[in-house]
Design a protein around this ligand. Structure first.
Ligand SMILES: NC(=O)c1ccc[n+]([C@@H]2O[C@H](COP(=O)([O-])OP(=O)(O)OC[C@H]3O[C@@H](n4cnc5c(N)ncnc54)[C@H](OP(=O)(O)O)[C@@H]3O)[C@@H](O)[C@H]2O)c1
Length: 237
């Protein structure tokens, strides 16, 4: 069955890798990003989801596109140590990570309910388990896990599933902007991954694609950590 999926933050990294996977299977993909690119395999709407006013436009696009699934992938990181976190930063990070997620699924819901089928995947982060300099970001990503569990319960009998994917350090532009090659951050993240390497965008996309599939129909409310074992923690053995 061919479906229509909307991905926020779709022009690079994990979102773009997912778009290519879905398009290869014959699904229609609709993307949202700030800048246009020819690399996206479908209609890409240019919207800055950090602008409050963009949420209305996002809601309109979701509704008009009759989407079967939504991947809430857009994210914003503002790294800062405790002691240096402005309330405005906390608010901005919460807004960008959470408002588009809520707006997009609320707009998608009526159509999904009518069809009795829907898929929602929220992209969280390994940092929800605790991370230095990520107070705002980790809190926002933890809220996405909470959204996932609450929405899964409310929608459990509708044919709509809601799950989260929690990436560990994955080699994308966002990751490299915050952790340049040779940086202390890169070394710290690498030391926390038992597999001893960073994830690739397509490895995250593979997990998200599965949760969007018919085969994943009995899975809801779950958070799948895709992180080379980083969420297990270190054994002292
Ligand atoms: N990479 C990691 O290590 C990692 C780890 C844990 C969680 N995550 C999460 O995974 C998700 C994807 O991250 P990624 O690493 O794939 O990011 P990425 O490579 O930097 O790509 C981000 C995408 O989002 C778009 N975007 C950014 N800000 C936007 C805005 N305000 N409005 C609309 N579009 C916007 C970007 O396009 P434009 O620049 O053109 O807008 C781009 O398409 C995020 O939620 C992130 O928090 C990533």
């Amino acid at each position: 069955m061919k479906r229509t999926f909307l991905i926020t933050g779709a022009s690079k990294g994990i979102g773009l890798a997912l778009a290519h996977r879905l398009a290869t299977r014959g699904h229609t993909v609709i993307g949202i990003a700030r800048n246009p690119t020819d690399a996206f395999p479908g209609p890409l709407h240019t919207l800055d989801l950090s602008e409050r006013s963009a949420n209305g436009e996002l809601a309109r696009i979701v509704k008009e596109s009759n989407v079967d699934g939504v991947v809430n992938n857009v994210g914003l990181v503002r790294a800062a140590p405790l002691g240096d976190i402005a309330i405005e930063t906390l608010e901005e990070v919460m807004r960008v990570n959470l408002h588009p997620a809520l707006m997009s699924i609320q707009s998608a819901l009526p159509g999904m309910r009518t069809r009795g089928w829907g898929r929602i995947v929220n992209i969280s982060s390994l940092t929800v388990l605790g991370s230095v300099q990520r107070t705002s970001y980790a809190a926002a990503k933890a809220a996405l896990v909470s959204f996932t569990r609450s929405w899964a319960l409310e929608l459990a009998q509708t044919g709509i599933t809601v799950n989260a994917v929690s990436p560990g350090p994955t080699e994308t532009e966002l990751f490299r902007a915050n952790n340049p090659i040779g940086s202390e951050g890169e070394a710290r993240y690498l030391s926390g991954v038992p597999m001893g390497r960073f994830g690739q965008p397509d490895e995250l996309a593979a997990a998200i694609e599965f949760l969007l599939s018919d085969d994943a129909a009995f899975i809801t409310g779950q958070t799948l950590h895709v992180d080379g074992g980083a969420s297990i923690g270190r054994s002292s053995l």
